[in-house]
Design a protein around this ligand. Structure first.
Ligand SMILES: [Ca+2]
Ligand SMILES: [Ca+2]
Ligand SMILES: [Ca+2]
Length: 851
């Protein structure tokens, strides 16, 4: 009965998909339609109109406006009225004031506004056959100040368009691989204002800014005439089209097509017809998700196959074993099972868990075959090595870092840090009116240029993140005792050499390095700085050697810019970094907790630093407690304090004072009653300090947590929490994975071992969009190739980095570019996230190798 039913079901599915396939073939000949999700669609082409607006935290994130997803890849974005030929990240972006979908007319209309210039405009997009008409409307003429500057722009992804041919009014050209087109300079007074009045450029005293000149101009433009999957034609009768290379000003710039809005006119002022080509009969290639690191023999092995909705699933797939002589034989052949639709694609699964023989394999699914991967007991051996041996030491600030023949960076910020003056700053930083220190604005705060870790793809020391980093290393040290020593660290020489053992476990040296900066903050400032960061925006987007961000000379305002004093120690260039010192007692409290733990970890290795950390811990804890009770607490702060179970636990771990454990006990059960998944990690962290009764009381919550884990199997095909935020959910996945590992360690009868592979699979390749490992990792057959590290301008990576992963673009698109590193929300790794990965990887290895 069961069999007959399954057979019938399979037949039905085949029939349905055959029908879908026919429908899809017909659709390719169809026109663009405004679909239910409010974008224009035909098979192979999605045109989104402000499904994503310019509202991210970091201005122009190259993720907004009119966007085109062309044969599965988001290759066009930024369609909007803009004020620059080639807008940079920190140029002004329009605020979307309304978005109207008019189904009767088949139009989407967006109103946008520049508050800085009291300038409003509207864009109306309408399907016309296989093209869309994009029209810009003005109710009032362009403001005088923006005449000749405001225009309609559309941006094309360089990595998908470079080296492709184009035509403009019949003239042929090729889009350049590297930025080499023409520029001019103009007086700074003509430059539209940038973010909060900051400047992204250093004019070297010329008073002029660089303005790119067009590569081509005309009325009929076809881009990628040699590539049907990327071919887009744009024409305009009423406006001149100009083609620019945005990389002339910024490495993360895109190719820009632009028409200047006419002066003094109202009504429909610019009209474009844009036709993205659709390849007849195109169906997206299946994306076969599997672990690029491979599998250990006993673990579940399930490939998740992502299919175009117009694709008919194969009935079966095969696991092929690669033999020593280079031939391949079928190791297993089995049914492909349907999971169903998730956002824009359809998902099926192929389970080959029954194959346990060590070897080299690949998956054959219809005509699609994967790259090979390994099944073996040792595939996870090296998953954290690149992160601990390479990524982390490269992010050590205030040190010269070298590896073999290569210098990663010289010693940065030798001139130290100045007291930040009041500033509503970039990178979400802020300095209040009072410095809360004994220093005057722009006075040197001595002793801060020591220790600490670069935040991420940028070079600031985020104090909160650095506190987390030290905590993460202490946890790693205390839980797993890693003796690994691959790095030479000399604080005396301010020198780090990769792959040179020096007799000291690296994790201890990382704890020391993080503590050195944080203790210096507490000692010199009196409390914790929120951040040590760039003073000028032009330094913030630095790509290159960290040591060359500043000139290494003390800023002396009595000298002229670029002038150096006779003794060679001071300069008139205001490039020194700033310390943002507005006092935040809860940050001090976090630091105090960390200092207590660091003091214990460092005792016996660096006793002097351990003693300094303990002194600051006691002082800050006392002062912070008093400040917090004295200050009028906001609801948020009260909430934070009520929620400080984790802090109490850390305090107990650090001091072994019973009161903290009692405080923790008072709160944990209510917290678990309120929300099991959010509080389980903290509950698990307490187990080493607790008795059997605690564990027993935790059991029913753990049963609920296991339900929570399994529930992900019905939420999405990948069985992990998938984030839909403007920064991909890598950290949430990692912390889920870490909690699952500890849940299994303490409650193996409730949370079986099979669960711990969920996050590993996701990280190492079993996820949407592509099947590359998100970790630039030793051991994976196909790790991602590009990351948003500080070497991103080289389209490269720093080994061991963990990408945030799948960035969701509304309404239904997941993406992770592997040819374009510059979108931080999908490709940046952070110091806190990557040290969390070390805990996850260590826990996973601990489980796997525990016999
Ligand atoms: Ca930062
Ligand atoms: Ca070492
Ligand atoms: Ca300087």
């Amino acid at each position: 009965m069961e069999r007959a039913g399954a057979y019938y079901l399979k037949k039905m599915k085949k029939a349905i998909f055959f029908f879908l396939l026919l429908a899809a073939t017909a659709a390719t000949a169809q026109n663009l339609q405004l679909n239910e999700l409010e974008y224009f669609e035909r098979q192979g082409v999605n045109i989104l109109v402000f499904s994503n607006s310019f509202n991210g935290g970091f201005n122009d994130e190259k993720n907004s406006g009119i966007e085109i997803i062309h044969h599965g890849v988001r290759t066009v974005q930024g369609g909007a009225v803009r004020l620059n030929n080639t807008p940079e990240q920190w140029d002004l972006v329009p605020k979307m004031t309304s978005r109207t979908v008019n189904r009767e007319d088949g139009t989407i209309e967006v109103a946008m506004r520049y508050d800085d210039y009291d300038f409003d405009s509207r864009v109306v997009v309408k399907a016309k056959g296989r093209a869309v008409e994009i029209a810009v409307w003005l109710d009032k003429p362009v403001p005088e100040k923006l005449a000749g500057e405001a225009g309609f722009n559309l941006e094309f992804l360089p990595s998908q368009y470079w080296l492709k041919t184009f035509t403009m009014d019949g003239r042929i050209g090729r889009l350049p691989r590297y930025a080499t087109s023409q520029t001019t300079t103009r007086p700074n007074s003509e430059k539209p204002r940038q973010f909060k009045g900051f400047k992204t450029y250093d004019d070297r005293g010329t008073g002029r800014f660089i303005d790119p000149l067009p590569i081509e101009t005309g009325h009929r433009l076809s881009l990628a005439t040699d590539d049907p999957s990327r071919l887009v034609s744009i024409s305009s009768d009423d406006a001149e089209l100009k083609l620019y290379d945005g990389r002339m000003l910024a490495q993360n710039g895109w190719f820009v097509v632009r028409s200047i809005l006419p002066k003094g006119k109202t009504g429909k002022v610019v009209t474009w017809t844009v036709e993205p080509n659709a390849i007849p009969g195109w169906v997206r290639e299946p994306n076969i998700g599997f672990s690029q690191v491979g599998y250990i023999p006993e673990q579940p092995k399930v490939a998740v196959i992502e299919l175009d909705k117009a694709d008919a699933p194969q009935g079966q797939a095969r696991l092929m074993r690669v033999n020593a002589d280079g031939t391949a034989t079928t190791a297993y052949s089995g049914d492909v099972k349907s999971w169903g639709p998730y956002y824009k694609y359809n998902y099926v699964k192929f389970d080959f868990s029954s194959v346990t023989q060590p070897g080299v394999y690949y998956i054959q699914y219809g005509p699609t075959r994967t790259n090979d991967f390994i099944i073996d007991d040792h595939v996870y051996d090296k998953i954290t090595d690149a992160t601990t041996d390479v990524w982390v030491p490269i992010h050590m600030n205030h040190m010269y870092v070298t590896e073999g023949y290569r210098t990663w960076h010289g010693e940065p910020f030798k001139e130290g840090y100045l007291q930040a003056p009041e500033s509503d700053h970039f990178d979400l930083h802020r300095q209040g009116a009072s410095t809360d220190t004994k220093y005057k604005p722009l006075e040197l705060i001595p002793g801060l240029n020591i220790g600490g870790f670069f935040d991420a793809g940028d070079f600031d020391i985020e104090t909160g993140s650095n506190i987390n980093v030290v905590h993460n290393f202490i946890r790693t040290w205390e839980l797993f005792h890693p003796q690994r020593d691959k790095t030479f660290v000399s604080q005396e020489q301010r020198y780090v050499d990769l792959h040179r053992p020096d007799g000291v476990p690296d994790v201890l040296q990382f704890i020391e390095h993080g503590t050195l900066n944080l203790v210096a903050q507490a000692e010199q400032i009196g409390h914790m700085a929120s951040t040590l960061s760039n003073s000028i925006l032009d330094n913030y987007h630095h790509l290159g050697d960290a040591a060359s961000i500043t000139d290494g000379l003390h800023y002396d305002p009595s000298l002229k810019p670029y002038e150096v004093s006779a003794d060679g120690k001071r300069s008139g260039t205001p490039d020194d970094m700033w310390a943002f010192t507005t006092r935040n007692p809860s940050l001090d409290f976090q630091a105090a907790t960390m200092f207590a733990a660091a003091s214990r970890a460092l005792t016996g290795y660096n006793d002097a630093l351990a003693a300094r950390a303990l002194t600051q811990s006691k002082r800050l804890m006392e002062e912070a407690t008093e400040l917090m009770s004295r200050r009028n607490q906001t609801a948020n702060q009260r909430n934070n304090q009520a929620n400080n179970m984790a802090t109490n636990l850390q305090l107990y771990g650090a001091t072994r004072e019973r009161q903290y454990l009692d405080n923790f006990q008072k709160q944990i059960w209510t917290a678990l009653d309120r929300n099991v998944s959010n509080n389980m990690q903290t509950a698990l962290d307490a187990i080493p300090y607790m008795d059997e009764a605690y564990k027993k009381r935790l059991r029913p919550y753990m049963e609920k947590y296991e339900d929570y884990i399994r529930n992900f199997d019905t939420q999405n095909p990948y069985g992990v929490p998938i984030g839909l935020g403007n920064w991909a959910g890598g950290n949430a996945v990692l912390s889920f994975g870490t909690t699952v590992c500890f849940a299994h360690l303490y409650f193996p009868d409730i949370v079986p071992k099979d669960e711990v592979y969920r996050v590993a699979n996701w990280l190492y390749g079993c996820h949407p969009y592509h099947n590359y490992s998100f970790v630039a990792v030793v051991g994976a057959a196909r790790p991602k190739q590009v990351f948003y590290g500080n070497n991103r301008a080289d389209f490269s990576f720093i080994p061991g980095n963990v990408a945030p992963g799948l960035l969701f673009r509304k309404p239904d698109h997941f993406e992770n570019y592997d040819d374009w590193p510059f979108l931080w929300g999908q490709n940046e790794g952070t110091i806190a996230g990557n040290t969390q990965y070390i805990i996850f990887g260590s826990a996973l290895k601990d489980i796997i190798y525990k016999k």
